[in-house]
Structures are given as C-alpha cells and as structure tokens.
Design a protein around this ligand. Structure first.
Ligand SMILES: *[C@@H]1O[C@H](CO)[C@@H](O)[C@H](O)[C@H]1NC(C)=O
Ligand SMILES: *[C@@H]1O[C@H](CO)[C@@H](O)[C@H](O)[C@H]1NC(C)=O
Ligand SMILES: *[C@@H]1O[C@H](CO)[C@@H](O)[C@H](O)[C@H]1NC(C)=O
Ligand SMILES: *[C@@H]1O[C@H](CO)[C@@H](O)[C@H](O)[C@H]1NC(C)=O
Ligand SMILES: *[C@@H]1O[C@H](CO)[C@@H](O)[C@H](O)[C@H]1NC(C)=O
Ligand SMILES: *[C@@H]1O[C@H](CO)[C@@H](O)[C@H](O)[C@H]1NC(C)=O
Ligand SMILES: *[C@@H]1O[C@H](CO)[C@@H](O)[C@H](O)[C@H]1NC(C)=O
Length: 459
C-alpha cells in the first residue's frame, strides 16, 4: 500500500489497487469490467446479442467501432473474470452472446460475418468456448450445443483449410479466397489454430488434436514467421503466399506471442512435461519479457511497443495486452516452473494499469507505465486492464479443467460443418479489405503508413 501511494502520489482518481489483497484486485477488475460493459448494447431491444457497436461493418481505424472477433474475445475475458472473482454479474449476457453468434453450423461462422471470416476471427470465439469448458462455466440451457462441441466444430471446419499448395503448408489468413488478404499466411491464424488444437488435446486427451498441433507448430517454426537470432525468438506477424512465404514482415505484437506461448504451455502439460515443449515455452517467454516489458519502465510493465508509445494503436491493437495477460497467467499454472518469472510481470503490469485507470469514472487508458491518463479508452483498454487485474488472482486451484479433472462439457468430435459448405450467398458478395477488419491486414497497413514498425528496435 505504502509503495503504491509513493509511486502514484498524483493519481487521486486512479483505481486503488493493493496487489497483495485478493479483494482489492477483484474490486479493480470489477470496475474495469463494468466500464467495459458500458460499451455493450447487444442485450438491448432491437440490438444483436454478442456484437459490439460496429461489428457488422467494422473498421479498426474508426474509434468507437469494434470488430466481431474482439467481441468474441471479450466474452472469454468475462468468463475468466467470473472464474477468478466469483462475480457472476455478466454470466447470462456472456452465455447468450456466445450461443447467439454460433451460426447455423455451430462453428462461429454466422451469416452476418462469414463473408469476411478470418481463421483468426473464428478462433477467438472458439477460445471463449474453451474458457467456458475449462472453468465449468454453466452450459446454456434448452439443448443448445455444449461449449466443447462449439470449439470442436471450429477445429473441424479449420483443419480442412490447411493449404499445402504454397509455403509448404499453413493457414491463409482469410477463410475464403475471394477476400483480400487471403494471400497472407499470418501468425494469429496459424498460432490461433495451434492453440485451439493444443487445448482440445489437453481437454479431451485425444492425441489426434495433439498431432495436428504439432503439425501447425512445425510449419510455423520452419517458416519465416519464426526467426531466432541473438538468443531471441522473433515471432513476426505475417508472410505472403504470393512469394511462397519467402519473407516475413518485421512486426511483433503481444497477442501473437501470447497465443503461441499458451499453446506451447498446453502442449507441455498435455505431454506430462515434455522437455521439448518446456524449452519452447521458456524461449517464447524470454523473448516476450525482453520485447514487451521494456527495461526503461523497470522491466515489469507490459507495453504494446509497436504503437502504444505513440498512442496510435488501432481498435484491435488496443485489446492485445488483454490476451497476453490472460495467457501468461494460464502458462504460470500449466508450466509451474514459469510462475515465479511470470507473477512479477503480472503484478507490475496490474499496478501500472491501476495508475493509468485515472480517467473520469476510473476509465483506463493504454500506457500502463504512466499514471497520467493518456486520454484513450474503450473496450480494448478496459478489457486489457480487467484482464491483467484478473490474471493476478490465478492460482493452482484454477488450472484449466480437463475431462479427466472435472470438466463436464460434452464432447462431440464430429461437431459442425465443413469449410466447403458455407452459405451460398458468400460467392455473390465478396468484400474488400476496406470493408472488413480482422486482426492482421489492417495491422500491416497501419504499420507501413505509420512508424515503420519495430525494425529499428532490433537492428
Ligand atoms: C445489458 O447488460 C448490461 C451489462 O451487464 C446491464 O447493465 C444492462 O442492465 C443489461 N440490459 C438489459 C436490457 O438487459
Ligand atoms: C444479423 O444481422 C441482422 C441485421 O442486423 C440481425 O437482425 C441478426 O440478428 C444478425 N444475426 C446474427 C447471428 O448476428
Ligand atoms: C515453396 O516453399 C516450400 C516450403 O519452403 C518449398 O518446399 C517449395 O519448394 C517452394 N515452392 C516453390 C515453387 O518455390
Ligand atoms: C500423461 O499421464 C497420464 C496419467 O499417467 C496418462 O494417462 C497419459 O496418457 C499421459 N499423456 C501423454 C501424452 O503421454
Ligand atoms: C499441469 O498443470 C497442473 C495444474 O496446474 C499442474 O499441477 C501439473 O504439475 C502440470 N504438469 C506438469 C507436468 O507440470
Ligand atoms: C531464458 O532466460 C534465462 C535467464 O536469462 C536463461 O537462463 C535461459 O537459458 C533462457 N532460456 C531460453 C530457452 O532461452
Ligand atoms: C479424436 O479426434 C479426432 C479428430 O477430431 C476424431 O476423428 C476422433 O473421433 C476422436 N476420437 C475420440 C475417441 O473421440
């Protein structure tokens, strides 16, 4: 307490956080959750359950609009919130949202979204279904599909999209080839499917999922997306199948590292402690710490280094720290040897975030290393703060459940439809990049036109 006060003397309006008190942390998470949910209108009459404002035609460069994938991610962050704090305020809204957006094939490819569907978009909704499985979040009633089957349906849909005709394998960013950006094979799509497969292996014990996860990992590791140099592992954002993936861009994002880190952590635990996976986890972790916890701010405060220092993160990017926070916490329990390294980073980041949550009504900004509110808030900022607070509540009793350790969600290995069976209207209504916004392409465009990315950081 004393230290907090000393560090943030002027932050009278910041969220009060005693990092050693569970009730104080839970209360901070509750404040951020409440502020985040002020943006949600999908439970009001005439609105679409599950969507955030702008989900039907989002553009991450327009303030106040949120792409469909981010809403999907938000529901998972609220499942963790309930799991870590026991506050069930949002549970029924979350349950309705996930089921409403599951689509006719129960695989999170609903008609309003499918013509611009990205592998990454879909997988973030699947992650939230898995969060539900791993915490025994109450199943929806009335015979609606189980949380586990929804994630299995996404897996079944996506495996048929694996493409060996270029780059020796990998997933395209886009599901449908008529969408711009299809040419890119990006980390969040491949790493996302890798994590999905690893979690299904961990939950069900079915080795088919693990075989698939190994295959996706091997492809990523041998591609230009992964580059090791000087003791660092760089996980770049994208490669381009138009040049057979012979080069990568040079941008690093917290969510790419978090996605791949957690997938490796699940594989480590699923394999009962394989040394190969342990060293992969440790390598990703080391690089995550070096890149995203800058020593100039003491080395324990997370920062989205590509855009945050200049406050030009787009709507998607503002939420990325939420995922790294949550997945660092899960890694700490799945790979116990990492806990003592991870917890100081989560504590420092939460303390920093609390100081930054000093806008009117305790709304949260982005720059956790500053206690002066930076003036930018929204779903991404609130979700990131809520998630880093909640991450500090995790302990070994909250390890993700498996079907062997008490998860009760029903498995259906053959759930869902197939990639080729999409709605017929798809072919008639291709849309262009300008009209869509997943995670990857606008990231790329944004970087090219802004600060030139992080090349300077590493050369
Ligand atoms: C919608 O959800 C919000 C956030 O949980 C809640 O405050 C609000 O009362 C709900 N509105 C309706 C109409 O259910
Ligand atoms: C699709 O969009 C229409 C029009 O806004 C809306 O009525 C419907 O509920 C939406 N469905 C889903 C699953 O989002
Ligand atoms: C494309 O890349 C893959 C994987 O590196 C390689 O096996 C293949 O030969 C390349 N194809 C062409 C046409 O260069
Ligand atoms: C891990 O250990 C359990 C319990 O001994 C065993 O049933 C399971 O098959 C092992 N998993 C792997 C991937 O070896
Ligand atoms: C897997 O995770 C559980 C739950 O945190 C933990 O008790 C166990 O030690 C982990 N397994 C290994 C091999 O570290
Ligand atoms: C990670 O960093 C620690 C401490 O700097 C070092 O001892 C270890 O060898 C590194 N591990 C890997 C896999 O890079
Ligand atoms: C394991 O998963 C694979 C791939 O989805 C599926 O084909 C198979 O039926 C599953 N096996 C069991 C025993 O559930």
């Amino acid at each position: 307490m004393w230290l907090t006060t000393l560090l943030f003397p002027a932050a009278a309006a910041a969220i009060t956080l005693d990092i050693n008190s569970r009730s104080s942390i839970a209360s901070a998470a509750g404040t951020a959750a409440y502020n985040m949910m002020t943006y949600y209108t999908g439970n009001q009459t005439g609105q679409v359950p599950g969507d955030l404002p702008g989900s039907l035609s989002c553009n991450p460069n327009v303030a106040g609009t949120y792409c469909w994938w981010e809403a999907g991610a938000m529901w998972g962050s609220l499942i963790n919130y309930w799991q870590y704090t026991n506050d069930s305020t949002y549970n029924s809204v979350v349950s309705e949202a996930l089921q409403f957006q599951r689509g006719p094939e129960n695989n999170f490819n609903p008609p309003n979204q499918s013509r611009s569907m990205g592998v990454d978009d879909q997988v973030f909704w699947a992650f939230s279904a898995l969060d539900a499985v791993e915490s025994n979040f109450p199943e929806a009633s009335d015979g609606q599909p189980s949380w586990l089957s929804l994630a299995q349906a996404v897996y079944n849909f996506q495996t048929s999209l694996w493409d060996t005709s270029t780059c020796g394998g990998g997933f395209h960013w886009q599901v449908y080839s008529f969408n711009s950006g299809y040419n890119l094979k990006i980390t969040i799509a491949n790493g996302g499917n890798f994590q999905l497969s690893a979690r299904l292996a961990y939950i069900t014990g079915n080795s088919s999922y693990a075989d698939w996860a190994n295959k996706v990992w091997d492809w990523m590791a041998s591609s230009e997306l992964f580059e090791t140099s000087g003791g660092m592992l760089y996980i770049w954002d994208s490669t381009d199948s138009d040049n057979n993936c012979t080069s990568a861009d040079h941008y690093v994002w917290t969510y790419n590292y978090g996605t791949v880190l957690a997938g490796a952590a699940y594989m480590y635990n699923y394999t009962n402690g394989s040394s190969v996976w342990e060293s992969r986890v440790q390598q990703i972790l080391n690089s995550t710490f070096s890149l995203f916890f800058p020593s100039e701010y003491g080395g324990n405060i997370m920062s989205e280094i590509e855009c945050e220092p200049h406050l030009n993160c787009d709507q998607d990017q503002k939420s990325f720290k939420a995922y790294l926070s949550r997945w660092l916490a899960v890694t700490a329990v799945l790979v116990p040897s990492t806990a003592s390294q991870i917890m100081p980073k989560l504590q420092g980041s939460a303390t920093g975030a609390a100081g930054q949550c000093s806008g009117g009504g305790n709304v949260c900004g982005e720059q956790w290393y500053l206690t002066t509110y930076d003036g930018y808030t929204g779903v991404g900022e609130e979700m990131s703060a809520m998630s880093v607070f909640g991450a500090n509540l995790i302990n070994s009793n909250m390890a993700p459940l498996t079907l062997r350790t008490g998860a009760t969600s029903k498995s259906d290995p053959s759930a869902g439809g197939s990639a080729t069976g999409g709605p017929a209207s798809l072919v008639e209504k291709p849309i262009t990049t300008a009209g869509r916004a997943g995670a990857g392409i606008l990231t790329v465009i944004f970087c090219v036109i802004s600060i030139g990315g992080a090349w300077w950081l590493i050369t």
